[in-house]
Design a protein around this ligand. Structure first.
Ligand code: ADP
Ligand code: MG
Length: 577
């Protein structure tokens, strides 16, 4: 069984294909969304998902979120006494999804299809595959998220030729893709996006406006009063969701220490106000939309269908803007947070069954231009640092393209082939991917020909060959550069280090989570109401310590019921869409 995984910036999901279509896999808490968050508990053990999210409210310094943005970069973060990279954090999320799938499907799961944004580059795709490997998953295919969403909507099942725009506004990223469906093919014609634009920005803007009204600056408050800000952000997240349904929402203002006493000040936010404050963020989605349509050489009128993806597209202003822009109602019948995982599961099923794969030829595109550094001559003078594109951005992959370059000096016997990715004329503005040397060029006048061939496969793996045309001597290079360039030995070492990290047993996930939840709610209660909660928590902890499973469960359920009553229905996923 190959499972499909949507490894999101905010939430991750796993799904598999059944005879009746794709189905989501619930986690240990019985939920399909696992927040992409990792925390290090006070006892040094790893918390993943909602447990980590509850924990973060009180211990922001021991938790990490939105690390997907840093995939492929030289980035790490300090959680308690541990330093973790984005790949390692992602692997912990994947490991948790894998364990959930194994428990639910009652079989070992070792293979997966993982989705990534269409604009993820070489390093980011590689980093994602590595995270899978660290989690014990063989990544059979890296699938672009918009392609997955289109598959979930069954776009591949009819033969109608059409142009589909996928508008994906997630928690932290915006991704727009133009897909074309024709003759058994589903092709991404163009994609564009913003790596720092998502639902989170709407929440933060709301929090910033509220702080501003109280004479505080968001960025300063974040440093000086982190507990207040993290708690307020949670209130604003709730309010934002409420405003997707109703006309107004109430936000309670926490104290400096993040507490929410009975007499905490309350502010009512109107939807109209919220939309006015966040309009500048929403309007930032226009740029990538225009870019993607332009790259695909299309006009808005050419678009037959628009599909909404990502939890943030539940906001009414988003739906309205998209409908106005394209003059048609966008498709949103499937849950926008789930579609990518569902599509990944269909793709995984097709790969597993092999035979049915030919029904669906899914082609992807190179999201960036790939090329080499060359020297230009100006009035007899050589100037280095120019970028020669070999594969243009938005070329359908798999693809293999070549260009011929020449030596610049007489009797030059070696050349250095430097590989870059990006859209700038000069290489210094582009991302360096690696380099290699070609030796043994025959002596002679300048201009000896060398053919450089780039081959980009479906997994986004880039191979570069340089052939000396005169002698047919060929040098190959596979772009494997990842961050600092980990060797296989270093990867093995990283895997071992990760294994040393202790993770709570899966059957304790629910207990841990309820305990974290209770601790947070406890702080928000007025003193006289804390007593009863304290009794419930103690009873629960005692049962846990005695390893009395029946009593643990009974106590947990009682505690959960009480917490639900007190809490504000943050997790009620009853949003109608
Ligand atoms: P990602 O792909 O980044 O993991 P998701 O598709 O899971 O993101 O979307 C998460 C975002 O959706 C969050 O910013 C969350 O606040 C937002 N979101 C979820 N439900 C709603 C809602 N009802 N109204 C507004 N925003 C929502
Ligand atoms: Mg997403």
């Amino acid at each position: 069984m190959i499972i499909g995984i949507d490894l999101g910036t905010t939430n991750s999901l796993a799904a598999y294909l059944t005879a009746d279509g794709p189905r989501l896999i619930p986690n240990a808490l019985g939920e399909v969304l696992t927040p992409s968050m990792v925390g290090i508990d006070l006892d040094g053990q790893v918390l993943v998902g909602r447990g980590a999210r509850e924990f973060q409210v009180l211990h922001p310094d021991r938790c990490a979120a939105t690390f997907k943005r840093n995939m492929g970069a030289e980035w790490s973060t300090q959680l308690a006494d541990k330093t973790l990279t984005a790949v390692e954090l992602s692997s912990l999320v994947l490991k948790s999804l894998k364990a959930d799938a194994e428990a639910y499907l009652k079989q070992p799961i070792t293979e997966a299809v993982i989705t990534v944004p269409a604009y993820f580059n070489e390093l980011q795709r590689k980093a994602t595959m590595r995270a899978g490997k660290m989690a014990g998953l063989d990544v059979r295919r890296i699938l672009n998220e918009p392609t997955a969403a289109a598959i979930a909507y069954g776009v591949h099942e009819t033969d109608d030729e059409k142009i589909i725009v996928i508008y994906d506004l997630g928690g932290g990223t915006f991704d727009v893709s133009v897909l074309e469906r024709y003759e058994g093919t589903l092709e991404i014609r163009a994609s564009a996006g913003e790596i720092f634009l998502g639902g989170e920005d709407f929440t933060n803007t709301l929090a910033a406006r509220i702080l501003e009204q109280r004479g505080l600056v968001f960025e300063r408050a974040e440093i000086e009063q982190p507990l207040l800000v993290s708690r307020l952000r949670r209130e604003c997240e709730l309010a934002k969701r409420q405003l997707s349904r109703g006309e107004d929402a109430v936000v309670r203002i926490p104290t400096k220490t993040g507490d929410l006493p009975d007499d905490a000040p309350r502010i009512t936010v109107k939807r109209e106000e919220f939309e006015r404050w966040t309009e500048p963020i929403l309007s930032q989605t226009d740029g990538p939309l225009r870019r993607a349509l332009g790259d695909a050489r299309l006009k808005r009128q050419d678009v037959d269908e628009v599909i909404l993806v990502g939890g943030a597209t539940r906001m009414r202003a988003v739906k309205e803007r998209v409908a106005r822009l394209f003059e048609k109602e966008p498709r949103c019948s499937l849950n926008p947070e789930e579609v990518v995982a569902l599509g990944a599961a269909i793709q995984a099923g097709l790969i597993a069954r092999d035979a049915t794969l030919e029904d669906l030829v899914v082609t992807d595109v190179a999201p960036f231009t790939l090329g080499v550094e060359v020297t230009h001559q100006f009035g007899g003078e050589n100037r280095e640092g120019y970028f020669l594109p070999i594969i243009n951005r938005n070329t359908t992959i798999p693809v293999s393209r070549s260009k011929v370059v020449g030596t610049v000096r007489p009797n030059q016997t070696t050349i250095q082939v430097s590989l870059y990715q990006g859209e700038n004329r000069r290489v210094e503005g582009n991302l360096f991917l690696g380099e290699f040397e070609v030796e043994g060029i025959p002596r002679g006048p300048a201009g000896e020909s060398i053919e450089i061939r780039f081959t980009y496969d479906l997994n986004g793996v880039l191979e570069v060959d340089a052939t000396i045309v005169a002698t047919k001597k060929r040098v190959s290079f596979v772009v494997t550069k990842y961050a600092k360039g980990l060797s296989d030995r270093e990867i093995a070492k990283a895997i071992l280090q990760m294994q040393a990290l202790k993770t709570h047993p899966r059957d304790e996930t629910a207990n841990r989570y309820v305990l974290r939840w209770a601790e947070r709610v406890y702080r928000e209660l007025p003193l006289h109401e804390r007593q009863f909660l304290e009794r419930l928590i103690c009873g629960f902890e005692e049962a846990m310590e005695l390893h009395d499973q029946a009593a643990t469960e009974a106590n947990r359920e009682e505690l959960e019921r009480f917490l639900k009553q007190l809490d504000d229905g943050f997790e009620n996923s009853d949003e109608s869409f």
